[in-house]
Ligand binder design. Structure first.
Ligand code: ADP
Length: 193
C-alpha cells in the first residue's frame, strides 16, 4: 500500500507529478481541483455551489471538501493506495484527514513537499493562464490563491514534518528529474515498510 500526499504551492507541478506517480505505481491521482472542475463542467449541485468560490481563487468550505475526500478515499480503486493532491489545504482539513486515515487504518506512507520560489510559481501560473485559460488563472485569483497558500496551507508542512514522514522535493527542475527523485523517495518508503 502506498499512500502519498503532495504539498506545495500553486504551479509547483503537483498535478504533473501526481499523474506520473499514479501511472507508475498503479494508484489513483486524487486531485481536488480536478474533481471540482469536473463537477462544474457537469453542472452538478456541487459544481454550481463551488463555482463562484473557485473562480475567485477562494477556498471551498472545509466540510464540503472533507466529505468529498472521505468518499473518494473509500472508493475501490484506492484500496492499494492513492496520490492525494490539493487536500488538505487548511488545519481543519489536515485534522480531518488524520482522523479518517486512522479510522480506516491507512497511514500516509510519505508526504512530498514540492519546493518552489514564489517568483517561479507566479511565472508558471501566468504562463498556464495564457496556455490553458483556466477560469481561476486570472491575476487577481492567482494572488488570492498564493496568499491563501501561505496563510493556511504552508503551516501544514510543519504538521507533517513533526510526524517524520516529510520529504522535500526541489521542484524548479525539468519534469523527468523531479520524477526520478520522487521515485527514489518512494522506493525508500517501500524499503522501510
Ligand atoms: P491550484 O493549486 O493551482 O490553486 P487546484 O486545481 O489544486 O489549483 O485548486 C483549484 C481551486 O479549487 C482552489 O483555488 C480552490 O478554490 C478549490 N480547492 C481545491 N482543493 C481545495 C481544498 N482542499 N479546500 C478548499 N478549496 C479547494
Amino acid at each position: 500500500m502506498l499512500n502519498v500526499l503532495l504539498l506545495g504551492p500553486q504551479g509547483a507541478g503537483k498535478g504533473t507529478q501526481g499523474k506520473l506517480i499514479s501511472g507508475e505505481n498503479g494508484i489513483p491521482h486524487i486531485a481536488t481541483g480536478d474533481i471540482l472542475r469536473a463537477a462544474m463542467a457537469a453542472g452538478t449541485e456541487l459544481g454550481r455551489k463551488v463555482k463562484p468560490i473557485y473562480d475567485a481563487g477562494g477556498l471551498v468550505p472545509d466540510d464540503i471538501m472533507i466529505e468529498l475526500i472521505r468518499e473518494r478515499l473509500c472508493a475501490d480503486d484506492a484500496a492499494n493506495g492513492f496520490v492525494l493532491d490539493g487536500f488538505p489545504r487548511t488545519a481543519v482539513q489536515a485534522e480531518a484527514l488524520d482522523e479518517m486515515l486512522d479510522e480506516i487504518g491507512r497511514p500516509l506512507s510519505v508526504v512530498l513537499e514540492f519546493q518552489l520560489p514564489e517568483e517561479v510559481s507566479i511565472e508558471r501560473l501566468t504562463l498556464r493562464a495564457q496556455e490553458e485559460g483556466r477560469a481561476d488563472d486570472t491575476p487577481e485569483s492567482i494572488r488570492n490563491r498564493l496568499r491563501l497558500y501561505h496563510e493556511q496551507t504552508e503551516p501544514l508542512i510543519e504538521h507533517y514534518r513533526a510526524r517524520g514522514n516529510l520529504v522535500g522535493v526541489p521542484a524548479n527542475r525539468p519534469i523527468e528529474e523531479v520524477f526520478e527523485e520522487i521515485q527514489r523517495a518512494l522506493e525508500q518508503v517501500a524499503v522501510r515498510r
